[in-house]
Design a protein around this ligand. Sequence first.
Ligand SMILES: C[C@@]1(CC(=O)O)C2=NC(=C\c3[nH]c(c(CCC(=O)O)c3CC(=O)O)Cc3[nH]c(c(CC(=O)O)c3CCC(=O)O)/C=C3\N/C(=C\2)[C@@H](CCC(=O)O)[C@]3(C)CC(=O)O)/[C@H]1CCC(=O)O
Ligand SMILES: NC(=O)c1ccc[n+]([C@@H]2O[C@H](COP(=O)([O-])OP(=O)(O)OC[C@H]3O[C@@H](n4cnc5c(N)ncnc54)[C@H](O)[C@@H]3O)[C@@H](O)[C@H]2O)c1
Length: 712
Amino acid sequence: MKINQPAHSVSRPILGNGSFLLAYQLKGKHVLVIGGGREAAIRTFFALDASANVTVVAPPENRHPAVEQRINSGLVRVLDRKFQEEDLELRWNDSTEGHAVDMVLCTIDDHQESRKIALLARAKRIPVNCADIPELCDFYFMAQYRNEELQIAVSTNGGGPRLGARIRNAIVENMNPATPKAVSAVAKIRSGIREISSGKSSEEIKKRMGWVSRFCDTWSIEQLASANDSDKIEKILREFESGRDVPSPPVVNTKVARLNTNLPVFLTSYWWCPSSMGYFAWIQTVFSYSYMIVMQLIYLFYIHFKLLFVIKGNLGERKNVKIKEQEDKRTVDTFESGTPKKVKVGESSKTSSIEVGRNISSTGTETLPEINVDRSTSPIKKELNTQGTFTLVSTNEQASNSETINTLDKQTSPVGRHSKGISTEMVDKDVGTLPPTPIEKSTLTDQIAPCISIDQSTSPGAEQLMDEAPIPGFDNFLSTRYFAQPGMIYLVGAGPGRPELLTIEALMLIKTADYVVSDRLIPQEVLDVIDAEKLELSSFKVGGASDKAQDESNQKCLDALKEGKSVVRLKTGDPFVYGRGGEEILYFREHGFVAKPISASNIPVTHRGVADQVLILTGRGQKGAFPSIPEFVETRTTIFLMALARIQPLIELLYVQGYPEHLPCAIIEKGAWVVGQKVCKGTLSTINELQIAQGIDNPAMFVVGNAVVALD
Ligand SMILES: C[C@@]1(CC(=O)O)C2=NC(=C\c3[nH]c(c(CCC(=O)O)c3CC(=O)O)Cc3[nH]c(c(CC(=O)O)c3CCC(=O)O)/C=C3\N/C(=C\2)[C@@H](CCC(=O)O)[C@]3(C)CC(=O)O)/[C@H]1CCC(=O)O
Ligand SMILES: NC(=O)c1ccc[n+]([C@@H]2O[C@H](COP(=O)([O-])OP(=O)(O)OC[C@H]3O[C@@H](n4cnc5c(N)ncnc54)[C@H](O)[C@@H]3O)[C@@H](O)[C@H]2O)c1
């Protein structure tokens, strides 16, 4: 998206009705928070985070635990009662010297009273925010993020605060993680420069402003972050002091250094930092640059050839693509978009269904020999009572130019039953296995639908359901985001052991990976889903030999990764529950590969040597009772479900049972989702503040124990 024109541009349009966004300085000022609920907890935190003096006015009943905690730890002053008009005259420290009320934050659940408070504050010209009356607010809160000196805030101007929070999350998730450190480094350098050159003459101001601007513009975020170290800051300040220009940026972590680093400047930079970077280090860095450039070129060639191949495939020039005909298929044909295609079905009396690529709107009837292809909808599996020739017409210009048409033999068609599935595998003799193309995706439907279909013997009518309509939303799952990527290893849990209980992601990865390593703990029914030629079974894990078997399967996976294959390590149950998933992540990480767990959790709750047991409790028993809290066991991972609402009282109860304050723990919002999941990690003594600061919300689970940090 285009960034707005600068505000000083004459042609910049004035929109009006916006908020006047400020970074308001509250240090030492006196803030009156009225109310003691969740909103009061949030606003009190923000005020304290800005170093304000806070007085809370709220009856003691049902105050939010976070408000209670601030009161108990003496961070805020409290008046244990309802608001009274004279509270607006309160001074901090009750002395005439102390600040009068500088700001009112009203967060009560009594709308009438709230309105009254807002009007009283306004009459006294004290800026006021009323959580329930936007029109009486002098200022709104924003969805916020803070890390070191960096603060990010998003306003929707009252339009949709929840969406504002999502936008904030998206910004933070997409931000370079080195950004907060970069901001801190710049802050230190800037303040150092202002100490060295404190003059107010316009030349001096211009000189230091220009220097700082060039520094911010020419160093990458990682390079700036790497300067966040007192020795390096000292060195940079000396450059300024001695009248030299901004030094050329250092090379950070040569393996991941980005190409936006100014290479020519670096090559001539030896003069600048001989003491910190010896001659050999300099030579080494130059070499690693050359290596990087060569690798980039090789990669570009590789992409170029792959692209050529895919384009050829999609344009229907499939000369070098061999389509294997499976025994279940009668005819395999290609259909050019825009050109009506005559297809013969019913050559044998058994042939009775037609399947066209992925997407079709079934406007045709069984007797009308015309079907419109529309790739924006879902795959067709159309039953035909008729026999003979009929015409297919593409109505979607954006559709890819070819579709694979399969006519299926109903008697042998596996659709709607357990089966190994049919597969149309495209093999290129010259180039090797094809990357997933749109055409392959359509055939994936063939492979996957049979595996997840419902057993007819227990669900009458299931076959009909599968044949007539696609599974609602199922096409979304057939998205390329689940395709196994080269050089990646996926630790896939096979679940309880029946193929229909595999997750869709597990199935997609098994189907698209180049190589699958499994063991004999996986039931044969599940192994049958894997294409035999890419399946490797490691030795049986029996008593005493399990470590050997583990080493063997690790080695096999590693060898395949080194060959650039996409690898699935298929395991029973869940890889993070007694599945050594955590150990494997560390093993592959050590060897320079990323292992992605396909697990219900993102914490290896039974990581060997750290946790040998896991306990799951409710955070809220019947009528809101706490569960009976188990005693502390160093090697246990304890999980409380739905525990966020009363996290602090729960932590207090854990202390009583001997849980140490420094014990790692995490709060996982939307533990059962992947999209929108937030994970906040800390220790028992810090987690409550952290979760409030990071805006963690219900539903959330609370995970306690050393396993939380096993992979950090
Ligand atoms: C940024 C954030 C700061 C904070 O509160 O900390 C914030 N609201 C947040 C969340 C949130 N608020 C509400 C929901 C429930 C869902 C929903 O209703 O949408 C959620 C979502 C949730 O809780 O997840 C309900 C709600 N909000 C307002 C009213 C009154 C009304 O509109 O009449 C009602 C009751 C509506 C009713 O009665 O139906 C009004 C305001 N809320 C604002 C700020 C200001 C506008 C800021 C902007 O538009 O950008 C403004 C105008 C005044 C102010 O509060 O300063 C915080 C971000 C969360 C984060 O950071 O994670
Ligand atoms: N702006 C927002 O983003 C937002 C978000 C959620 C809710 N709200 C609104 O904010 C208000 C507060 O929400 P909450 O979740 O904190 O509510 P809550 O019910 O948890 O807390 C209300 C608090 O106000 C106290 N209170 C009631 N009357 C009082 C008085 N006269 N003097 C002092 N204290 C008094 C109660 O004792 C309680 O501690 C509600 O009106 C709600 O509609 C606003």
